[in-house]
Design a binder for this molecule. Structure first.
Ligand code: ADP
Length: 419
């Protein structure tokens, strides 16, 4: 620009037309700028081809920087496309249905498996609320109540034979990731196992009744039996009774696993139920323990009376069986602002901490000999766990070896009624 001004001044001075040459130089300069601006505007508007090359003065620098930015942009775009391609291939290869949802449940994105398993169609269903497309009540309640800690199982809306297990994970900014797996095989296996246990227990009942009948007949003619035969007879009776208890407990467990949940509207008068259970426990203890009952008289629970009786009795009877003579057993039924509690504490043998997480497994015993000797089946706490699950309750176990144990069932206040 300085060179142009000097040249214009020189030519103007020589020809005596300084103003004219200055005007000419300024106009030329402006036109050159306008040309560059025009090239730039055209390139920006069409967005095609490489940025304008060459140029003079500041424009060569502008064009050069643009060129660099563009190359950088292309490289990034290529990398992003590769990532996107890889992500698409990965999600397409994934056997699990994957859906990205907004917190309101609107579908943002889903993979091919989600199309197959949940019946979502692309792009038609993007933006739709998932509960309008997957309408199973279990799934709808799960999303509405945001119970994301555990998975939810429901049949596929496309194929009723397919059982899906879905998990939702909140992530990023108000987004949810839904992953659904096909668990049909696992489900069938679980059903086969349940049916097998139920059938075996059921089949064992008849021969067991026959055996017990004959044993009773023999008992009637005890006067004809020798001392040795009588001892054998008692042993056989004891074992037959034990087997009967195992079969009964297994059948009860099968029923708890397969039955519909207990009716919520049935009111169970827990205090009077506990009166009966503690009376039975006192009979079993035969004066060897102090058994105290402390129950809130107006506090009732809604649920299945028979199964609750079974669960509570198992806990109280366990306390008697695992507490040495002279011990104290305390049975409590009360509520606070958070929950209602059924609690059994004893001053018994206690349980080492590493056993506690496994106590509710079937046939898990800390001391097999003691369990058998006191008439245990190893199924009592498994029954307790199932009954509590069916009442949306859970079991808490605190114990110290040699000092005693506290078994507490936590019931939601929603299931309690006050009279
Ligand atoms: P079992 O019929 O063997 O008692 P349960 O399922 O009722 O089976 O209990 C599992 C195991 O838990 C028992 O074998 C026993 O070792 C332990 N247990 C249960 N209740 C108590 C208790 N009150 N004190 C100490 N140990 C207990």
């Amino acid at each position: 620009m300085a060179a142009l001004a000097v040249a214009a001044l020189l030519l103007g001075w020589l020809s005596g037309q300084v103003l004219f040459f200055l005007w000419l130089a300024t106009t030329g300069y402006l036109i050159a700028h306008l040309l560059h601006v025009h090239r730039l505007e055209q390139w920006l508007r069409t967005g095609a081809g490489p940025p304008p090359r060459g140029g003079t003065g500041i424009w060569s620098e502008v064009f050069y920087q643009l060129q660099r930015m563009r190359q950088h942009h292309w490289r990034r775009k290529r990398t992003m496309t590769q990532y996107l391609q890889r992500f698409r291939e990965l999600t397409a290869a994934m056997p699990d249905a994957t859906v990205v949802l907004r917190t309101g449940g609107e579908i943002e994105w889903f993979n091919e498996a989600a199309g197959r398993m949940l019946g979502l169609r692309s792009p038609h269903d993007a933006g739709q609320r998932i509960v309008n497309l997957v309408r199973h009540p279990h799934f709808v309640d799960y999303l509405r109540e945001r119970r994301f800690a555990d998975p939810v199982e429901f049949p596929s809306p496309v194929n009723g034979d397919l059982v899906l297990s879905a998990n939702v994970v909140p992530y990023g900014h108000e987004q949810l990731l839904l992953v659904a797996r096909d668990v049909t095989r696992l489900h069938r296996l679980e059903r086969t196992r349940r049916d097998f246990v139920a059938n075996v227990s059921h089949e064992l009942r008849t021969p067991l009744t026959v055996v017990r009948g004959f044993l009773e007949m023999l008992e009637d003619s005890r006067d004809d039996l020798s001392e040795e035969d009588l001892r054998s007879l008692h042993l056989m009776e004891e074992q037959a009774r034990r087997m009967q208890r195992i079969v009964d407990d297994l059948l009860l467990l099968s029923r708890l696993e397969t039955d519909e949940r207990p009716p919520w509207r049935t009111r169970v008068a827990v205090p009077s139920l506990l009166e009966i259970i503690t009376a039975e426990a006192r009979a079993l203890s035969a004066g060897k323990h102090t058994i105290q009952l402390e129950a809130d008289p107006g506090l009732s629970l809604r649920g299945g009376e028979e199964e609750l009786r079974s669960a509570f009795a198992n806990l109280v009877i366990n306390a008697v069986r695992y507490t040495p003579e002279g011990g104290t057993i305390h049975v409590r039924w009360y509520a606070d602002a958070e929950a209602a509690y059924f609690q059994v504490s004893d001053t018994g043998v206690g349980i080492a901490p590493h056993h506690i997480p496994r106590l509710t497994e079937r046939f898990y015993r800390v001391d097999v000999a003691r369990s058998r000797q006191t008439g245990g089946t190893g199924l009592g706490l498994a029954i307790v766990k199932h009954v509590l699950e069916r009442h949306e309750a859970h079991l808490q176990v605190e114990s110290k070896v040699g000092q005693g144990s506290v078994f507490t069932c936590h019931f939601p206040l929603l299931l309690t009624t006050r009279t």
